[in-house]
Design a protein around this ligand. Structure first.
Ligand SMILES: *Cc1c(COP(=O)(O)O)cnc(C)c1O
Length: 435
């Protein structure tokens, strides 16, 4: 599959856009080569600027749960735009959207819209600090919460030391308020809470981690966090930006039956438009301005075009709960088919799956934490990625990203993917690339 146009456009992009991309995850840094420029997409397929047809497993990194250009979403966007793209005043569509989201997610009384997942998670932290009067936050290694300063912190050697900024531009002052624990380790959290008694405002996590491949919470992990939070007067924040409306209509909160105090949303909620949201109980959200003292705002928050798109998509999901059974079944077929092909070609692989989020790791399992994820053979993944691309399958361009299945990934699409993997691995075998 040749990509001369993408190559040309990428060179052009580099003249005006840092690294040629508006978000680093698109740049193929993890796998090498030139990122493809997409022209359009429909259902399970994307079409690049060279006319190549690709089966899509990123789904815009999550939102395309019903496939690209879903007719009801396209129609809603068209109609909303005809009535103006923004007012800067309240609109009824915002009421309908808030009402629908609160009806889907357990324990969600009040919700505030933002323009991105990053804004949503940043706001949850500010609310938690305002509500508790404490400064520190515990996050987990391998969880991604957007690019807010408080989240760009890595633990030093050993996950339990004081935070170090993992990006220049994040101050030491910010870093000292972010503590990092090990995913799926209650002990690592308990230790931090004991060392920082009465100082921790919140524990934030992806209840299903999707930014280190797919890593589900172990049995008892979420329950254990809930208990520790209650004991220490700490708020529990679920970052549902990726898993919200994906692993169940009410996200991980519904799927695992553990109630967080605050939740952040993004991705699916906007059906591909720039939308995020955060919310929680009446009690906790009462501190948010203009009712309370915690300031949070957005000129374009609750934008009518974006809300219309989200409302159309979430409306479909609510009306047709069988979609989640279908996603489960199709994703299981993909998972099983891929595992068979990997086995046939003698590839060591571990995998996790929660609904339509999948993670394959090229190492021995189980994979339950960032330390486990780090053992995956990234060089092998890069070669596999490019071989799959050559066979017409677009995987996430990083060994550390989850694969997403949409409702348009039917049997034929899944089979085509499995056959592509078989061919890709066969050709890699021939050239010794699987070793
Ligand atoms: C994508 C993501 C974010 C950031 O959302 P943006 O819309 O990219 O700002 C935050 N948290 C999680 C879990 C995400 O997957």
């Amino acid at each position: 599959m040749p990509y001369p146009n993408s190559q040309k456009y990428f060179e052009e992009a580099g003249k005006f856009i840092p690294g040629g991309v508006n978000s680093p995850a698109r740049a193929f840094k993890g796998v090498g080569g030139t990122p493809l420029f997409m022209k359009k997409a429909e259902g399970a397929f994307m079409y690049d600027e060279d006319g190549n047809e690709l089966i899509d497993y990123i789904g815009s990194w999550g939102p395309m749960i019903l496939g690209h250009a879903f007719p009801a979403v396209v129609e809603a966007v068209r109609n909303a735009a005809l009535g103006s793209t923004s007012f800067g005043t309240p609109t009824v569509i915002e009421n309908r959207m808030a009402e629908l989201v609160c009806s889907l997610v357990p324990g969600l009384d009040k919700i505030r819209m933002t323009n991105s997942g990053t804004e949503a998670t940043m706001s949850t932290i500010r609310v938690a600090r305002g509500y508790t009067g404490r400064d520190k936050v515990i996050k987990f290694e391998g969880c991604y919460h957007g690019h807010g300063d408080a989240f760009l912190i890595k633990a030093g050697s050993g996950a339990l030391t004081l935070g170090q900024p993992s990006s220049p531009g994040v101050t030491a002052g910010t870093a000292k308020d972010t503590l990092t624990a090990d995913y799926n380790s209650i002990d690592s959290v308990r230790k931090l809470l004991e060392e920082n008694r009465d100082e921790v405002a919140a524990i934030i996590l992806e209840p299903v981690a999707g930014n280190m491949g797919c890593v589900p919470p172990k049995k008892g992990f979420l329950e254990g966090l809930r208990k520790l939070c209650d004991e220490h007067g700490v708020l529990l924040i679920f970052d549902e930006v990726m898993c919200g409306f994906r692993v169940a209509p009410g996200g991980a909160t519904e799927r695992y039956g553990v109630q967080p105090d605050l939740m952040a949303f993004g991705k699916v909620i906007g059906a591909g438009m720039p939308v995020g949201a955060f919310g929680g109980s009446d009690e906790v959200m009462s501190v948010v301005s203009p009712n309370g003292p915690v300031y949070q705002a957005g000129t374009l928050s609750g934008n009518p075009v974006a809300m219309s798109a989200g409302l159309a998509l979430l409306g479909e999901l609510k009306k047709n709960p069988h979609i989640y059974d279908d996603l489960e079944a199709q994703s299981a077929k993909l998972e099983n088919g891929m595992l068979e092909v990997f086995e046939k070609h003698g590839i060591t692989v571990a995998n996790n799956r929660v609904g339509s989020m999948l993670g394959f790791f090229f190492c021995e399992g189980p994979v339950e934490s960032f330390a486990d994820v780090s053992r995956t053979d990234t060089k092998f993944f890069s070669r596999f990625f490019h071989s799959m691309l050559a066979e017409g399958v677009y995987l996430p361009p990083s060994a550390f990203e989850a694969w997403f299945v949409s409702h348009k990934h039917d049997d034929a699409v899944i089979q085509r993917t499995i056959d592509a993997a078989d061919k890709a691995l066969a050709s890699m075998n021939k050239t010794g690339e699987t070793r």
